[in-house]
Design a protein around this ligand. Structure first.
Ligand code: NAD
Length: 295
């Protein structure tokens, strides 16, 4: 594969994804604000750019994997950014989780400059990034989606879900379901333990029935053991619930359970759990039930 990929944002997710693209035979030229991230790229065989715009200027395909919309706006729309540097015809794929409205804006500005834009947020976490099995939700034209297939292949399974911004809307729905599921599994643990039962045994049964889920499958043991190292941090899920509620407002719908889940995640953050895994919603459920260590 001869295409050159510009990769901006080489953190927990982006660093692994860039490494998988290198392993697949792409040439990768990367940029990040953090020097250690650039060193990691060099050691895995990538080249280092001096700005997002320079990475884009040398690339056929540019990927951004940044924390939030403000970072994407700075790196893509700012002076010396991706859209300044990229040649007409370049494919620009933003894989960060951001507001659908910002994704649509990127597509519009890109189209004005002859840049082909896709929004392609992911689910699957750091492990999914390492293993190259991310679930990739893609918004944009069919034609651009087809052109990106070879780039998505080493990263995971990509599904085209609709026009520009749709990938971000599907990702928001994903985070709504994930947050709500964690909140309910947390309450199930509180109920089982307060009733004098072994929560592990109870959750084993739940996992095999209609209540079963990937979260019960992957996280019930660590939740019962109160192991909350991330994973996916509460701070990022708080950001994502903001995206969910913004998207709901734009779409003109009320999400009552979603608002409650957002409040529980905000409470987790306010109680100092922002750096813990989102399964630490269990600590909020325990505190509300008068069963936490803080109670
Ligand atoms: P991270 O904080 O580990 O990495 C982000 C990187 O972007 C950092 O290295 C930072 O230095 C860099 N950065 C910030 N602004 C920059 C700029 N203007 N120019 C260049 N680099 C810049 O975050 P992450 O966990 O890799 O998450 C990235 C995105 O993926 C987020 O939107 C997150 O919600 C989403 N996501 C994360 C996970 C996960 O499990 N961590 C899972 C799915 C989706």
């Amino acid at each position: 594969m001869s295409a050159v990929i510009g990769f901006v944002g080489l953190g927990i997710m982006g660093g692994q994804m860039a490494s998988n693209l290198l392993d697949a035979g792409f040439e990768v030229i990367g940029f990040d604000l953090v020097p250690e991230a650039l060193e990691r790229l060099s050691t895995t065989g990538g080249r280092v750019a001096s700005s997002a715009g320079q990475a884009a200027a040398e690339a056929d395909v540019v990927i951004t994997m940044l924390p939030n919309h403000s970072h994407v706006e700075a790196a893509a729309l700012g002076e010396g950014g991706v859209l300044d540097g990229a040649k007409p015809g370049t494919l620009y794929i933003d894989m960060s989780s951001i507001r659908p409205a910002t994704a649509r804006k990127l597509a519009e500005v890109g189209a004005d400059r002859g840049i082909r834009v896709l929004d392609a947020p992911v689910s699957g976490g750091e492990k999914g990034a390492v293993d190259g099995v991310l679930s990739i939700m893609v918004g944009g034209s069919e034609e651009n989606f087809a052109a990106a297939q070879a780039v998505f292949a080493p990263l995971g399974k990509a599904v085209h879900v609709g026009p520009a911004g749709s990938g971000q809307t599907v990702k928001a729905a994903n985070q709504l379901v994930v947050g709500g599921t964690y909140a309910l599994v947390a309450e199930a643990i509180v109920l089982l333990e307060a009733s004098g039962l072994d929560a592990s045994v109870g959750l084993d049964v739940l996992a095999g029935g209609l209540a079963g889920s990937r979260i019960l499958e992957l996280k019930r043991r660590t939740m019962v053991a109160r192991e909350f190292q991330p994973g996916f941090r509460i701070d990022l899920h708080h950001k994502d619930m903001g995206i969910v509620l913004d998207a709901a407002r734009d779409a003109g719908v009320a999400l009552p359970v979603g608002n409650l889940v957002a409040a529980l995640i905000a409470s987790a953050r306010a109680q100092g759990y922002g750096q813990l895994d989102h399964s630490a919603l269990l600590k909020v459920a325990e505190n509300l039930a008068g069963k936490g260590s803080a109670a």
